[in-house]
Design a protein around this ligand. Sequence first.
Ligand code: N01
Length: 496
Amino acid sequence: MDQEYQVGIVGAGFAGLVAALRLRKAGRDSFVIFERASEVGGTWRDNRYPGCACDIPSPLYSFSTEPNPEWSQLYSGQPEIFEYLKGVVSKNSLKGHIRYNTEIVDARFAKEEGYWVVKDQKGLATNVRVLLLAVGPLNRPHIPRFAGLDDYKGTWFHSSEWKTHYDLTGKRVAVIGTGASAIQIVPAIAPSVGQLTVFQRTPAWITSRFDRPMGPKSKALFRRFPLMQRMQREFFYWLNELFGLGFVGNKSINRLMTWAALRKLSKEVKDPDTRRRLTPSYTIGCKRILKSDDYYQTFNLPHVSLVTEEITCFTDGGILTRDGQEHVLDAVIFGTGFVAADIEMETRITGLTDQNLIDLWRRTGAEAYLGTTVAGYPNLAFVLGPNTGLGHNSVVHMMESQMNYIMQYIEYLEASGPGSYLDIRPQAQQAYNQEIQERLKGTVWSSGCKSWYLNTKGKNTTLYPGLTVRFRKETRRFNPEVYELVKQEEPAVSDR
Ligand code: N01
């Protein structure tokens, strides 16, 4: 069977939609998006917990080609971001390209033909010349298997699997974890619960969000003068880049961020002992810096308490901590994050050999050239692949940079004739990743804390160790000399 599409995209979250928009903009129609759920949105579809919002300002955390003058807040909530994504899909007529409820379980490169054969959970195969994996790193919940959890009689769930029908009103509730999700959940549920206990293992560095509503005047202004919104986007982008310098070695900016965060803590938390326990002891930025305008104040409420004793186990009625105290609870929310650095995709991906890419990465740690292409797996690219995450700016910018590169990659491949394939040379991939790991050494992320940026072997496979301007420059031009181009002598297929 011939290839059916030029491009197949796995995932219809932000990354998959960035890819689809770029293909559309280039006038391409031969692409299909495989989405395992019944709706687009990825993380913004799955995370529905109270208070869920983006910690990057919406004018920046949006597609550069799809500005939205209607954001109601500077930091929009999940329902609005989800609606925005669905709106972009409708406006750009992408719906017809999406195969919903389709989970890709197997992707095999047919090297004689120069295309990928991808199979879904029902066994249906589709052939695509280029496969784009846009699955995102934050969709596999990390749920620690505490002893006794199975015997606990109360309700428990992970932040990304919120039980929307469970009413927390008046209940004795615990939140485990104090990461980005938890610090949004805690102030959102505190007013309605009867008692709230926050179990903290490591305090987070928290800075102010300075969130504010976008009133009718600014909306009207942005509608009338799109350039104004573009300028607002640029403003936040460059501000974040400036603070990004503090992550990659600039001590003065790092000190400024530390000072601002400590000042905020001392102003917003009344009780000195709670304040002390909320004070981090590691370098700011080593774990993701969190942004909140209302988390700290929650600990001033009489029915909210912070527990820093280690959790020993669950009991029938709640949680037992190392000091021997049992915390009786009706419900426990796991704000314990995601498995991000150890790629645990269910899909079997085989390229030029029978080696499953995911098994390979389990051994080596995930790595790719420019976070995009992987040696031995030709005609395949990741959008938001290894070491493309950020601690300081919008990942949408990174995805759009990658698509600048991927579009040229596709054009070059097509110009090379039907059935040809492009494989990144292992030496180029290795040199790039050595440099990435080298550059990470001088950053805050390597300053000694434990974070989800690191895999179980301690290797940082998630973050790009620099400013996004640098990555944009690196991805500006496709460089064919670092690829091996294999042309078919007698092409088995023709391009559609
Ligand atoms: O997860 P986290 P998150 N016992 O890994 C604690 C993005 N995000 O879901 O620091 C006790 O940051 C752990 O403690 P420690 C955003 O980019 C997206 O909050 O490891 N505690 C930590 O406090 C963010 O950065 C969206 O000591 C345990 C917490 O759980 C990323 O997702 C929304 C524990 C985990 O924090 C992850 O944020 C929110 C244990 N055994 C966040 N195991 C959306 O896109 C873990 N912890 C909507």
